[in-house]
Structures are given as structure tokens and as C-alpha cells.
Design a protein around this ligand. Structure first.
Ligand code: A2P
Length: 268
């Protein structure tokens, strides 16, 4: 590496990678994404999360972040909220290309293909930054090996917050590596709750009143064909999980794969 190594005030803790910020993109005053260099030895399964922090203290604050990039990507991408007094995000939202971000070496999580039994359709249901693990999974060829149809739903407060997901769908469909694989198989459904858009309402409402399935041309959730991954706030997880269970789907895990899995999105 010929680039000047940033002088770090504090030592890098053990078991932690110190990586360089490659790019940062701000979507709204609440949301931004960034990409860092990927350590050669860093391996993860698409959909997992990792702890990240900043080298600005002797004992840095770490928070769990879903990895948004697929596992074949040369960089690692994250999608983050900005919380004005958030212990990590108040600083993280100011990062610039060239800055250092810390990342713990071990990733983990339940939103992985391994935790689901095979099915016809995969529903990836997200709100807010909960879209991040699905940004990884929808770009992983393994997801298309396992499922005929891959459906991403994203619900946000307003239209501007949907932009990251819209761009993701566009770039995935055009991607030289994965684009062809997604043809006619990757479906996107977006809704907003605090601003009118083509689909207005919480995803729970749109599942219950059938608007989601009508828009997709599918049938209501069925354990014979459908698998579901859920990522959002604590209350969103509870409510969507209840709907999945009502439809007869069983919760899975890495140890015991089944019909649906849940994971809380990063909150602050
Ligand atoms: P709402 O605007 O009605 O609160 P946030 O940015 O606060 O995490 O919210 C992201 C999206 O998740 C918002 O559209 C929000 O709707 C929605 N949401 C919040 N709670 C739930 C829930 N319990 N079930 C489904 N959607 C939810």
C-alpha cells in the first residue's frame, strides 16, 4: 500500500481491522451509505453483520452493522442512520474518503440463506436501514440458486428514504456479474408511511389487506412455497413475525433451518 498511512492517535484493538473509507454517499439528513476497503482475510456470509467503530478513543464504541455488499465485492458497504447524539453515528456521519474505520474480524447473523429451507419464493421484508442485509443477499448468486423468485420490500417514512433501495435495484439489474441472473426473478416493492407514493402504508397493513401480493401477482404467504427474512425495528419485527406465524411459517436459525428468520436493524 503506497498511500500515506493515517497517523492513528490510539492503538488498534486486538481482533480488529483498520480499513480506509473509499466513498460516502448521503441520501437524506437521516441516512447515508459508505464503502471501506476489504481486508484480504475477511470472509462473511451474505446477510451477516459485523461490529464497526472509529479509532477516536482508547476504547472505541462499536455497533452492529449489517454488511450491505455481497461477499464477492472487493469493498465492504454499509447503510447507516444518522442519530444526532448517537455515540457512534454522530461521528460516523462525518467520515470522508481516506478516513479509518474499525471493523471487528468476526461476522455473524441469522439473515443467511443457510437458516432457511429451500422454497420457491424468498420475501426480504425491510424497513429503514433494515434493507442493508438484503442489499448483500440480493447480489449473491447463491440466493438465486436457492430461490426462483426473490422479492425485496422496503418501507420508509418518505420517498427520499427509498432512494438507496431504488439505486440498488437499478445497479443490480445492470451488474455484469449478477444482472442476468436476476432477470425476471428479482422483484421490488416499496411503500411509504408519511408521504404519499404509489403504495402507501406499513408493510404489515399491505400484507394483511393483500395489496403487496396483488401488486406482485403472487398469493398470500404459504409455507409450501414461501420463505421470509425480516429486518427492521423491534416493533416491526414483532408485527411481521406474527403475520408469518399466522400464515403457518416456522422460525428458523443457523442450527435449525426453517421458513422465516428475523434480525433487528441497527438503530442508533
Ligand atoms: P411509521 O411512519 O408509521 O412509523 P423508522 O425510520 O422509524 O425506523 O421507520 C421505518 C418505517 O417502518 C416507517 O415507514 C414506519 O412507519 C415503519 N414501521 C414502524 N413500526 C412498524 C411496525 N410495528 N410494523 C411495520 N412497520 C413499522
Amino acid at each position: 500500500n503506497t498511500e500515506a498511512v493515517q497517523a492513528l492517535e490510539f492503538p488498534i484493538p486486538a481482533g480488529v481491522y483498520a480499513e480506509r473509507v473509499v466513498s460516502v454517499k448521503h441520501y437524506t439528513d437521516r441516512l447515508f451509505s459508505f464503502r471501506i476497503t476489504r481486508p484480504q482475510s475477511f470472509r462473511f456470509r451474505s446477510g451477516e453483520f459485523v461490529m464497526i467503530g472509529l479509532p477516536n478513543a482508547e476504547k472505541p464504541v462499536f455497533r452492529a452493522y449489517s454488511i450491505a455488499s455481497p461477499n464477492w465485492d472487493e469493498e465492504v458497504e454499509f447503510f447507516s442512520i444518522k442519530v444526532p447524539d448517537g455515540p457512534l453515528t454522530q461521528h460516523l456521519q462525518k467520515i470522508q474518503p481516506g478516513d479509518t474505520v474499525l471493523m471487528r474480524q468476526k461476522s455473524t447473523g441469522t439473515l443467511v440463506n443457510d437458516a432457511l429451507t429451500p422454497g420457491k419464493r424468498l420475501y426480504m421484508i425491510s424497513t429503514g436501514t433494515g434493507i442493508a442485509p438484503f442489499a448483500s443477499l440480493m447480489r449473491d448468486p447463491e440466493t438465486y440458486d436457492k430461490f426462483e423468485q426473490v422479492i425485496l420490500t422496503h418501507t420508509c417514512r418518505d420517498v427520499a428514504e427509498l432512494r438507496y433501495g431504488e439505486e440498488l435495484i437499478e445497479t443490480t439489474r445492470e451488474d455484469p456479474l449478477i444482472g442476468e441472473l436476476t432477470e425476471g426473478r428479482l422483484h421490488y416493492f416499496a411503500s411509504t408511511t408519511r408521504e404519499p407514493s404509489p403504495h402507501t402504508g406499513r408493510i404489515t397493513t399491505l400484507i394483511e389487506n393483500g395489496e403487496l401480493f396483488k401488486a406482485l401477482g403472487t398469493e398470500p404467504l404459504d409455507p409450501a412455497t414461501d420463505r421470509v427474512m425480516i429486518c427492521g425495528s423491534m416493533n416491526m419485527l414483532k408485527d411481521v413475525k406474527a403475520l408469518a406465524e399466522k400464515a403457518g411459517l416456522k422460525e428458523g436459525s443457523n442450527a435449525e433451518p426453517a421458513d422465516f428468520v428475523v434480525e433487528r436493524a441497527f438503530v442508533g
